[in-house]
Write a protein that binds this ligand. Structure first.
Ligand code: UDP
Ligand code: MG
Length: 309
């Protein structure tokens, strides 16, 4: 029986894979547990898949799954969990920003009985100012709208007990937002802190576009409050309009008509702006319902290493 499955999404990480394996193997040897490493190639365009296959030939612990294209790292983690066999599952990044030595502590806490061992990054050398600002803003908005507290620094480096993984795999969300799901799901959980290293090789795989898509997807899947925004904006603008009409009547009976097509135009374009934003919000939820209804798979597997079939 495998004790620990380590699940790692891989997107163009060719140079990081061997150091990653070596570091994990070292920790596992000190723990002397049976383990496996599942590497999910999320549509890499470099030699990542070739390296994964090679690693799997050299080491029986390594299994590889290759997506037919890039499906995003949440979906890659999902695939890894689906194929994992361990009594506990650890997810971590391939770039060694999540220190493998911490696995020891994760394992310890799990043995103490915690079903979820979450890690929190206390200081990251790699983080740009913009990214920090963006993530702060996102966490604030997310917590406010979903009612689920989202601290900054919560990372995708965590250990989940098999019972938690089983619950997650039952969920039918179109794209699982793991950081939210983990907060939502309950169970006995504990948090440990770590200091993130710099990326070993390569660049961050998060473009601004990807980040925006990821965040709006997370919000839409955890809150329906934006849908109700229209009601409040509508009430407010109706109130303004009411006052304006009153004012116009009063002036009319005082014998004055009010010139000012410019102000009228401003108000109209302002209203249209709000209207379009609200339509967009409704559209994004509608899109999500559509995606869920289509019931397409979260990902498509192109190939797998031999030991897995
Ligand atoms: N990743 C992925 N698919 C993507 C983007 C990223 O599988 O579309 C993987 C990536 O290879 C890494 C992890 O997700 O193992 C986190 O990505 P990255 O280190 O670039 O994120 P950052 O640490 O900069 O937030
Ligand atoms: Mg990283």
């Amino acid at each position: 029986m495998i004790e620990i499955s380590v699940v790692v999404p891989v997107f163009n990480e060719e140079e990081n894979l061997v150091p990653l394996f070596t570091a994990i193997e070292k920790v596992m040897q000190t723990l002397s547990v049976s383990w496996e490493l599942i590497l999910i190639d999320d549509g890499s365009t470099d030699n990542s898949w070739k390296n994964i296959v090679e690693l799997s030939k050299l080491h029986t612990e390594v299994r590889g799954i290759s997506f037919s294209r890039n499906f995003g790292h949440n979906n890659a983690m999902h695939a890894g969990m689906t194929h994992s066999k361990g009594k506990s599952v650890i997810t971590m990044d391939a770039d060694l920003q999540h220190p493998p030595e911490l696995i020891k502590e994760l394992f310890q806490k799990w043995q103490d009985g915690y079903k979820i061992v979450q890690t929190k990054r206390i200081d990251s050398e790699d983080f740009s100012f913009i990214k920090r600002l963006f993530s702060k803003l996102f966490n604030k908005i997310f917590s406010l709208l979903s009612g689920i507290p989202m601290e900054s620094g919560i990372s995708d480096f965590r250990l989940l007990d098999r019972v938690v993984v089983a619950e997650i795999l039952k969920m039918n969300d179109h794209e699982l937002f793991f950081r939210g799901i983990i907060q939502w799901i309950g169970f006995d959980n504990v948090q440990i802190e770590f200091k993130a290293h710099n990326r070993l090789h390569g660049e961050t795989k998060w473009s601004f576009r990807k980040l925006v898509r990821y965040s709006s997807n997370a919000l839409v899947s955890f809150s329906i409050i934006p849908l109700k925004l229209g009601i409040w904006v509508g009430l407010f603008t109706s109130f303004l309009a009411f006052i304006e009409i009153l004012y116009i009547f009063v002036r009319y009976f005082q014998g004055e008509t009010i010139p000012g097509w410019a102000s009228t135009l401003t108000i109209i374009s302002f209203m249209f702006g709000i209207l379009f934003i609200l339509l967009g919000i409704i559209g994004s939820y509608l899109g999500r319902i559509y995606e869920t209804l289509k019931n397409r798979p979260k990902y498509i597997i192109g190939s797998q290493t031999e030991s897995d079939s």
